[in-house]
Design a protein around this ligand. Structure first.
Ligand SMILES: NC(=O)c1ccc[n+]([C@@H]2O[C@H](COP(=O)([O-])OP(=O)(O)OC[C@H]3O[C@@H](n4cnc5c(N)ncnc54)[C@H](OP(=O)(O)O)[C@@H]3O)[C@@H](O)[C@H]2O)c1
Length: 261
């Protein structure tokens, strides 16, 4: 499978790493167009993908991902469409540009998707939400799905849910990172070596997440299994709730959602 991608920054780079790490796509099958900076060139030193500024070359790939900053998505599409000689599916990974906006540039029948991946795609443990344009063929859908599935789970979602999906899945990793850092600080406060503290925090978070996924138990039920009556864990939870732990989390997600309005 030959993939084209515009932008190899945080998200584009994470996707490229995941595809190559999956062993299903070799670096020579990835064609990258970078910007005026150096992010793509720096990544190319580690992963020898092809790079070009010649947009004609994108006629040779099976699908084109756009991983540039949101304000650049439509100008990039506008430029690219002048060079494409066939309807190669275009998938934007930008949070802020719905399929309908891309259709205004490419037309209603052009195969388009908006996909929101998250940074764990670089280790093939991501989750990507995807909205397809209405007229896209099943063959194109399957090809895009197969390509993104190399990076983790893919969920088709409705367009009105893409913002909350992107907030939870795409921004959420930063919330978890702050949580793990705080746990590490607390462990260091109590004398644990920092490196070990971060390893314990990360393994505890990933193990708890996997337990929920595998058992399909409600998170409250799993929490109840750790909190014995009058025990120490419930005292810790009471202290967290006193500091507004749940509300702080809800408020973090809600603040991001409000910022889209
Ligand atoms: N970061 C996340 O976790 C995340 C999650 C979901 C979705 N997204 C989406 O991913 C997109 C990119 O975000 P990011 O965080 O990866 O930004 P980023 O790190 O700044 O990367 C943007 C990339 O775009 C390249 N670029 C700039 N102008 C270009 C052009 N005209 N043609 C081709 N490439 C160009 C830049 O290359 P140079 O450095 O070479 O100029 C850079 O590699 C955004 O639309 C965002 O909504 C991000």
């Amino acid at each position: 499978m030959k993939i084209g991608i515009f932008g190899a920054g945080h998200m584009g780079g994470a996707m490229i790493k995941g595809w190559v790490r999956s062993n299903n796509i070799s670096p020579e099958d990835i064609l990258v167009k970078g910007g005026k900076g150096k992010t793509a060139k720096l990544l190319q030193q580690d992963i020898p993908f092809l790079m070009t500024d010649d947009l004609n070359k994108f006629n040779e790939v099976e699908m084109i991902f756009l991983a540039v900053k949101t304000p650049l998505i439509l100008p990039v599409i506008n430029d690219l469409k002048k060079y494409l000689t066939q309807n190669i599916p275009i998938i934007s990974v930008s949070a802020g540009v719905p399929v309908s906006n891309m259709q205004e540039v490419l037309g209603d029948t052009y195969p388009i998707a908006q996909a929101i991946p998250n940074t764990p795609v670089q280790i093939n443990q991501g989750i990507t939400g995807i909205v397809y344009s209405q007229s896209i063929s099943n063959l194109d859908k399957i090809a895009i799905y197969d390509c993104l599935s190399l990076l983790g789970i893919v969920e088709e979602i409705s367009e009105d849910k893409i913002d909350i999906f992107g907030t939870l899945a795409g921004c959420g990793p930063a919330f978890v990172d702050v949580f793990m850092e705080a746990l590490g600080d607390a462990a260091v406060l109590h004398g644990m070596d920092r490196e070990l503290a971060y390893t314990v925090a990360a393994k505890m978070v990933s193990g708890s997440a996997n337990l929920m996924l595998e058992t399909k138990k409600h998170p409250g039920e799993l929490k109840d299994g750790v909190t014995s009556p009058g025990g120490t864990t419930i005292k810790g939870i009471a202290a967290l709730e006193k500091e507004g732990f749940r509300y702080a989390t809800i408020s973090g997600i809600d603040t991001i959602m409000q910022s889209y309005k």
